[in-house]
Design a protein around this ligand. Structure first.
Ligand code: ATP
Length: 355
């Protein structure tokens, strides 16, 4: 058992024609862990988070926090703190009073409130903003205050619902590491919702990839990125080339594309089909071989896009077009459209996702 456990949780909206929003959700979050629910719009992330907070009822299943069944407890009895995308600060209260709010509800003494709010202001580096009102703050500052307000009451679990989505790109990146640093400092168990894969990969101990109300895969950011278990995870997280290939030798794992053979390095006996799809990340292709290059394919350059740090070269291989990302460097001679090009890769980098 973990610190937060969801056991066979289901959520259906509506009575007449119930719509499933979350289906058979099982997850165990450890104490101090930062877990992110990642998935496209409508996949059930927010519903799951709101069920943990107690803002949404559970249709079936159980939610435990620190071993206690909280499934039917109201939000204020669950000891969780929540931060929303919209900040939801009280506009008529200054920063101090916003942070103090939960402590006043809990009838803490003035001395205790002052001490705790100051601790929180230090934590978010906003000591000098105590007397400001929300409308006098930037979006990023408002979200830090919302975080401080959620943390002020010593919650056991912190829930964040797309807290950075309303902010501009630069602040978003800054706040990612700030939130993660605060979470680690307090060692607070955190469940974070986002549809932004970069956010999920950079901030989390583990990522839960969701699709259509169900969990597709749970794993560390590296596991999710390097070993996606399903087609959905592979295409939702990062960029991936899918190549349809003909099976030449099932036992040896030899495939063919555009009349060229390559070795996948493992038997393919579990696949019944003669055509299988393999996948490879654009950055795993090399235009200059290295020590891991066990295979190569020749194709024709169909597009070259300079993107700053990297250059994306599109290469036509028979009916497929693959993207190949290479680091930009001043000595790199860029190919031109129509050039023949050899792309190199390692058999280790090939993913077989489906027959
Ligand atoms: P987003 O990123 O857009 O917020 P999400 O992954 O958080 O999406 P949810 O908001 O949890 O997804 O919604 C899951 C499903 O439940 C969707 O199909 C949505 O339309 C439906 N849904 C959510 N809230 C309600 C509601 N109050 N009544 C009926 N259906 C709802």
């Amino acid at each position: 058992m973990g610190f937060v456990d969801l056991i066979n949780v289901k959520k259906y909206y509506g009575r007449e024609n119930p719509i499933p929003a979350v289906i058979d959700f099982n997850l165990s979050v450890e104490k101090g862990e930062f877990v992110t629910l990642l998935g496209p719009s409508g996949c059930g992330k927010t519903t799951t988070l709101r069920m943990i907070a107690g803002f949404e009822t559970v249709t079936m299943g159980k939610i435990l926090i620190d071993g206690v069944d909280v499934t039917y407890l109201p939000p204020n009895k669950r000891n969780v703190g929540m931060v929303f995308q919209s900040y939801a600060l009280f506009p008529n209260m200054n920063v101090f009073e916003n942070i103090a709010f939960g402590l006043r509800v809990k009838k803490k003494s003035e001395t205790e409130i002052k001490k705790r709010v100051e601790e929180m202001l230090n934590l978010i580096h906003m000591q000098e903003f105590a007397m400001r009102y929300p409308h006098q703050l930037s979006g990023g500052q408002q979200q830090r205050v919302a975080l401080a307000r959620a943390l002020a009451v010593y919650p056991e679990v912190l829930l964040l619902d797309e807290p950075l989505s309303a902010l501009d790109a630069k602040i978003r990146v800054e706040l990612r590491s700030e939130i993660r640093a605060i979470q680690q400092k307090l060692n607070i168990t955190t469940i974070y919702v986002t549809h932004d894969q970069e956010e999920a990969l950079t901030m989390s101990d583990r990522v839960v990839v969701m699709n259509k109300g169900m969990i597709e895969q749970v794993g560390t950011p590296q596991e999710i990125y390097n070993n996606p278990k399903t087609h959905f995870v592979a295409s939702f997280v990062g960029t991936l080339n899918f190549i349809n290939t003909k099976v030449v030798d099932k036992n040896k794992g030899i495939l063919e594309v555009a009349g060229q053979k390559f070795d996948i390095g493992r038997p393919l006996s579990e696949f019944a089909h003669e055509i299988i799809t393999v996948a490879i990340r654009p950055e795993r292709f090399k235009i200059i071989p290295d020590e891991n290059s066990t295979n190569s394919l020749e194709g024709t350059v169909s597009k070259v896009t300079f993107m700053g740090a990297i250059v994306r070269i599109k290469v036509k291989l028979g009916d497929s077009v693959v993207s190949c990302d290479t680091f930009n460097n001043p000595s790199l001679e860029l190919p031109e459209i129509g050039d023949k090009i050899k792309i190199y890769f390692s058999k280790e980098d090939l993913l077989i996702l489906s027959a």
